[in-house]
Design a protein around this ligand. Structure first.
Ligand SMILES: [Zn+2]
Length: 312
């Protein structure tokens, strides 16, 4: 059977489909609404959401998945689901003490998962949320540990125009209403503004050396793509989420020309109408119609996703 890979999901957000915009909205205000909705979820609600997400993936015929879990609750259900792929435990934050404590917990949890009797088909990795939401020392230390321990790493990056602007200038996007304080909290200013675009910033911190899976990677220059190709990182293209969150068009043709491995992912139901990666491919075919052959895009969803991702 040919693999069918959805390389980017957040299964624990499946039951937040009401947050999925029907027309393009600002990424930052959407993120604020998401954070607002995540404040008071019980583990029971999260577990139900994960089960619904796994069921939807299976109905779509998915064989391989790349899932990010901020609660870390999707590890066990994915390991026993029959699906293959990688589940990434997410760590986030600018408070260095708190973030490092969480990183240490993640290392223990990943070690425990690796000793699980069902370990193998589903690998367990680390997600460092994004360059704008993690302390630079966390990015550096997390990536270094993944590289040394051969643990798969994932990071959202170069997703919105606001991210690049923030890393270059330290300027926060203007958001009003009840989500404003949450956005400010999420985008707490780092000690010093890196003054670099997302990809060169990750390269400078040594993060690219761990060959992270780069999710979105929309706002990139030719030089950025060169850095990604040289490091041997794969990227995940989520065109429907990018469209609904006003994140722009990822230059798929330039990645393919540079020999970068590209996967497709739906992202979560909070920014995607479904978890069907075939629908993602159809959208991508329309989006890149003049620049990338349809057949090439169709092939992207039939690559397996797992151990071969981070070991050459
Ligand atoms: Zn995501």
């Amino acid at each position: 059977m040919s693999p069918l890979t959805n390389a980017h999901t957040h299964l624990e957000l499946t039951d937040l489909a009401h947050l999925c915009p029907t027309k393009p909205v600002s990424f930052v205000s959407w993120m604020g609404r998401l954070a607002w909705n995540l404040r008071k979820r019980s583990n029971t609600q999260v577990q139900a959401s994960i089960e619904h997400g796994i069921a939807e993936l299976q109905v779509c015929g998915t064989t391989h998945v790349g899932d990010i879990t901020q609660t870390w609750l999707s590890v066990e259900p994915l390991m026993t689901s029959g699906l293959q792929g990688v589940v990434y435990l997410e760590v986030i934050g600018y408070n260095k003490n708190k973030a490092f404590k969480r990183l240490e917990q993640a290392k223990i949890e990943i070690g425990r998962a690796r000793r699980h009797p069902n370990y193998g088909a589903v690998q367990v990795g680390l997600s460092l949320h994004a360059p704008y939401s993690c302390h630079p020392d966390l990015l550096r230390a997390g990536a270094e540990w993944c590289r040394a321990e051969d643990v798969p790493l994932c990071i959202h990056t170069a997703e919105s125009p606001a991210e690049t602007k923030f890393l270059l200038s330290g300027k926060l996007p203007f958001v009003k209403g009840p989500v404003a304080s949450l956005v400010k909290m999420l985008l707490a200013l780092p000690a010093s503004v890196p003054g670099l675009r997302p990809i060169p910033y990750l390269a400078q911190l040594g993060v690219l050396a761990a060959r992270p899976l780069l999710v979105h990677a929309v706002h990139v220059t030719g030089d950025d793509i060169g850095l990604i190709a040289k490091a041997g990182c794969a990227v995940v293209h989520c065109p429907r989420s990018n469209d609904r969150l006003s994140c722009g068009r990822m230059p798929l043709e330039r990645y393919l020309a540079a020999g970068v491995r590209v996967y497709l992912g739906t992202d979560s139901r909070a920014s995607s109408p479904d978890l069907d990666v075939r629908a993602e491919a159809e959208f991508a075919q329309r989006l890149h119609a003049d620049l990338v052959e349809s057949q090439k895009i169709a092939q992207l969803i039939h690559q397996p996703f797992g151990i071969d991702l981070f070991r050459s």
